[in-house]
Write a protein that binds this ligand. Structure first.
Ligand SMILES: [Zn+2]
Ligand SMILES: [Zn+2]
Length: 318
């Protein structure tokens, strides 16, 4: 009798385990299948593709290197960092400027190619970060552990779901909803594009010394993993290292090095003081590449109504 009970219990646990794995895999293909959860533990099935992205970088020792492949990796880092900081962050999360629907979609898709989930998931979590900065409900405060703020927070079940209730006004765009639901489509497309580009370069410009697998590894895997960790430093290091100009109620910091790496996002204490501004470097010497590029886009009419920083905050010291 005890044997039968144990067997049934083992079967039951096994079934639940299998169901959980299948659900997680289903979420890879349709992220809106993710259910509401209070589970803070790391979802190890979810970790698998993230680890694969890192391990794939080791293939540089197999495919080798060429200037062309490195230039493609740097260009894809720069383009996607801009899409994340200007659009995922300053536009979708904070509505700090206005643009047309085609440009909104183009940069949402470029942002999605960063393999940091869709624009709605990203913006929804970020809005919560500002509402509860470094409090218990903040999804990624370093007060709950450095590694949790850097990468643990998006690998648990609690933060898997797109918090659609936070981004109501974006739900009326079916193209954004589609990008968010099927958030693997654009990254897979970019990986294929890298492979194809490298193959064509090998066929038509063999002097460049590159090929499909090499451009795939450098342009997609290496570039994306560096982009990952540069972006994540804003949630981890920019709430730990640097100076605090404004006495915000959180731990946000201004950090020159992080600002260079992330095209201006390192002026994070400025940003927490006034999140609605399109610029995060408040002083002339606070280099903010994203802001300069948005100004250039504004000069040719691609974006408009850039929201500035109130004069009283631009000269104020703590
Ligand atoms: Zn922050
Ligand atoms: Zn923000």
């Amino acid at each position: 009798m005890v044997g039968i009970t144990l067997l049934t219990r083992t079967n039951f646990t096994g079934n639940r385990f299998m169901k959980q794995i299948l659900t997680t895999i289903a979420v890879w293909f349709d992220s809106w299948k993710a259910k509401e959860s209070e589970d803070d533990r790391i979802d190890w099935v979810r970790v698998f593709p993230f680890v694969v992205m890192h391990l794939a970088c080791l293939a540089i020792f197999v495919v080798g290197v060429s200037p062309a492949a490195v230039i493609i990796a740097i260009a894809l880092y720069a383009l996607r960092m801009f899409a994340i900081t200007a659009f995922y962050h300053r536009y979708f999360s904070h509505r700090s400027f206005v643009t047309s629907r085609p440009i909104q979609f183009l940069f949402a898709a470029l942002g999605a190619s960063s393999v940091q989930r869709g624009p709605l998931w990203w913006a929804a979590h970020h809005r919560r970060h500002h509402r509860y900065s470094d409090e218990s409900q903040d999804s990624h405060s370093p007060r709950h552990g450095f590694w949790h703020s850097h990468l643990g927070w998006f690998l648990n079940r609690r933060n898997l779901r797109t918090r659609t209730e936070e981004v109501n006004e974006l739900l009326r765009y079916p193209e954004l909803v589609w990008l968010d639901r099927f958030d693997l489509v654009v990254p897979i497309f970019l990986a294929c594009l890298c492979l194809l580009t490298g193959t064509l370069m090998e066929a038509f410009a063999p002097g460049l010394g590159t090929n499909g697998p090499q451009v795939l590894v450098w342009g997609f895997f290496v570039s994306t993993v560096i982009l990952y960790h540069a972006t994540f430093t804003i949630n981890s290091l920019a709430h730990r290292l640097g100076s605090q100009r404004f006495p915000t109620r959180d731990d946000s910091r201004n950090n020159f090095f992080l600002a260079l790496l992330t095209f201006g996002e390192g002026w994070h204490n400025n940003h927490h003081r006034y999140p609605g501004s399109v610029r995060q470097g408040f002083r002339w010497w606070e280099i903010d590449m994203t802001y300069y590029l948005l100004r250039m886009m504004a000069s040719v009419g691609l974006v408009w109504d850039l929201r500035g920083v109130p004069e009283r905050l631009r000269g104020r010291q703590r």
